[in-house]
Design a protein around this ligand. Structure first.
Ligand code: DAH
Length: 355
């Protein structure tokens, strides 16, 4: 049998099998690749006697076209079979009843953190974060809190080791220290997050949320602090005017220190924020103590500024009429469905987050 006939019979048999695209590619290179049977036969032409050469070349060309044609047809055939089987297997029955989709809700605390972040970002604050597990230095010492301060007591603080070196942060204030150590003044940041204290009743939970604020620059004074907080409280409660008072207080990391109360009244058992002759404490603040600045290698004669710490859960309760703090952390889906927020429903005062 001639070489041509051998190649033809061998490959027609191969191509008639049940093949995948990869198999066809393999066959193609066996024929037409660098050392393929057809390619080699062409190379061998030269060694044939002249009289045979012409006929062999013409037969080889015919075989080449025939096999090429077979290969193309085979590829087409495989592709069509694949498409048909996909159409067969992947069809969607649009008459089937829809699946029951349970849509999640945004927790009021997350919602309020977003609102707070967007309000402060409008006046130039950026958002920082710090770890929940802190060390004693950042949580207390660097914040000018003396060794005998009651906050350091086991009754107040969850320590994680016997040496009292690691703890669950009792406030977001250590983020002030971390931020100032990480960069150079000026600083204008807020830091929302979880905080922990050994406390639990209707208005206290062992885990709760705070947002810290810190603004350090040249010539920052208490007037800036007052302006900033007034702007924030009005924006947050969506009010044009708000009654607000600064009450002298004490925090080791600020001097002078103050607590801020806002005015409210009770109408039909509901708290109405803004007016009235009752006062509600909502935050602690003050001018950052020179010792805190020295602890992070900032010269207090050159830079100064204010800080504040706001209880987020309390704000959420006031704004959205929730009266038991513990419900926040009970993960009751019915409660969340009622008090939570639709992720696609943008609240009227939402200004968009520019984190
Ligand atoms: N860290 C304080 C607390 O948890 C709140 C606070 C008060 C934060 C005054 C501040 C501040 O930054 O200046 O009670």
């Amino acid at each position: 049998m001639s070489d041509i006939k051998k190649i033809k019979d061998e490959f027609l048999v191969k191509l008639s099998g049940d093949l995948k695209i990869e198999n066809v590619s393999q066959i193609k290179s066996e024929l037409f690749g660098k050392n393929g049977k057809i390619s080699n036969s062409f190379k061998n032409l030269k060694s044939l006697p002249v009289e045979e050469r012409k006929k062999f070349a013409s037969d080889l060309n015919i075989l080449k076209d025939e096999l090429q044609d077979k290969i193309n047809k085979k590829i087409q055939e495989i592709e069509i079979t694949e498409i048909n089987s996909k159409l067969e297997n992947e069809k969607v029955d649009v008459t089937l009843p829809e699946r029951n989709i349970v849509q999640g809700k945004i927790h009021p605390v997350s919602q309020v953190i977003d609102e707070i972040s967007s309000i402060f970002s409008e006046i130039g604050f950026s958002v920082e974060e710090g770890p929940d597990v802190e060390n004693e230095h950042y949580n207390f010492t660097a914040l000018n809190t003396p060794d005998n301060h009651p906050a350091r007591d086991m009754h107040d603080t969850f320590y994680l080791d016997d040496k009292k070196e690691f703890l669950l942060r009792t406030h977001t204030s250590p983020v002030q220290v971390r931020t100032m150590l990480k960069g150079k003044p000026p600083f204008k940041i807020i830091a929302p997050g979880r905080t922990y204290r050994s406390d639990s009743d209707q208005t206290h939970a062992p885990m709760f949320h705070q947002v810290e604020g810190l603004h350090i620059d040249k010539n920052i004074n208490m007037g800036h602090l007052k302006g900033c907080l007034n702007y924030f409280i009005k924006s947050f409660f969506e009010l044009n005017k708000i009654k607000m008072r600064f009450r002298p207080s004490h925090f080791p990391f600020t001097e002078p220190s103050a607590e801020v109360d806002i005015g409210y009244e009770l109408r039909d058992g509901k708290i109405i924020i803004g007016e009235g002759d009752k006062w509600l404490e909502i935050l602690g603040c003050g001018m950052v103590h020179p010792n805190v600045l020295k602890n992070v290698k900032i010269n207090p004669d050159k830079y100064q500024g204010y800080a504040f710490g706001i209880g987020i859960d309390r704000l959420a309760m006031l704004k959205y009429g929730i009266n038991d703090l513990r419900a926040f952390f009970e993960t009751d889906y019915r409660w969340l469905n009622h008090f939570g927020f639709d992720p696609l429903d943008v609240p009227s005062n939402y200004r968009g987050l520019s984190r």
